[in-house]
Design a protein around this ligand. Structure first.
Ligand SMILES: NC(=O)c1ccc[n+]([C@@H]2O[C@H](COP(=O)([O-])OP(=O)(O)OC[C@H]3O[C@@H](n4cnc5c(N)ncnc54)[C@H](OP(=O)(O)O)[C@@H]3O)[C@@H](O)[C@H]2O)c1
Length: 232
């Protein structure tokens, strides 16, 4: 599909995977609508084809304002990348209630709100795309017992498949991206050497390729490994 001039919203675009996706989309000629809790961290990307807006997944009014600003600037929406997320281990035996609640708000309710706001515009576009950054932790529970994170990502995968269903008849195609360890701040704690993790730019290339596929070549889920796992 021709991507020049298509409009994409990317949440959590200021660092890590979101930043890499924004850069990969820019190279392909997309107009960017970038959401971040601290918009000033994206000032180096400012141009007439780039809108930078405050977005906090825990404050739904910022999602509404971001969508309004996107429509006011570009008058359309072709793709939504639900990237913003938090990792908190929150184990069953000693996890804090507040942490389970925050994981739910940021990793599930945040993407849900953006999908709700985006769907009418993506349907109107006729060939809209949704990318949901899930995780391998949305498909199996990691060995570090991070139950809270895995629970939120399993729910995000369910949200993804529900969105895939409601968009399909309107040309909206959705992909859940489920990587293992990606070399970003989120996994600074991991013992795996950084250069043996998935690199954000490589993941962004995969995502940009998927976003440009035609309506009848669709990747529903993309599992990406950096090391061997027996079941995925
Ligand atoms: N890194 C991995 O190994 C890995 C593996 C599988 C899936 N993922 C998923 O990939 C996505 C991106 O992760 P990453 O590795 O790039 O993580 P990261 O480097 O920690 O970046 C997280 C991004 O999410 C934003 N964010 C966090 N809470 C937010 C909130 N309440 N509202 C809006 N934005 C918020 C952060 O903004 P601030 O800068 O303001 O904090 C930042 O832009 C996440 O959904 C994550 O779960 C990551």
């Amino acid at each position: 599909m021709e991507t020049e001039g298509r409009v994409v919203m990317v949440s959590g675009a200021n660092r890590g995977i979101g930043r890499a996706i924004a850069e990969a989309c820019k190279v392909r000629g997309y107009k960017l609508s970038l959401g971040a809790r601290q918009p000033e961290t994206l000032q180096d990307l400012v141009s007439s084809d780039v809108l930078i807006q405050e977005y906090d997944a825990e404050r739904s009014e910022t999602a509404e304002a971001w969508m309004k600003a996107t429509q006011a600037r570009f008058g359309r929406l072709d793709a939504l990348v639900n990237n913003a997320g938090v990792y908190i281990s929150a184990r069953i035996e000693d996890g804090e209630d507040a942490d389970f609640d925050r994981l739910w708000r940021v990793n599930v309710k945040g993407p849900l709100k953006l999908i709700q706001l985006a769907l009418p515009h993506l349907k109107a576009a006729g060939n809209g795309r949704i990318i949901n950054l899930v995780s391998l932790a949305g498909k199996r529970v990691p060995s570090d017992d991070s139950a809270g994170y895995a629970m939120s990502k399993h729910a995000a995968l369910a949200l993804h498949h529900a969105a895939r269903r409601v968009g399909w008849d309107h040309g909206v195609r959705a992909t859940a991206v489920c990587p293992g360890l990606v070399a970003t701040d989120m996994v600074a704690w991991a013992k795996v050497p950084r250069d043996e993790m998935i690199q954000p730019a490589d993941l962004a290339e995969l995502i940009a390729t998927i976003m440009a596929l035609p309506d009848h070549a669709v990747v529903a889920e993309l599992a990406v490994n950096c090391r061997f796992e027996p079941t995925l």
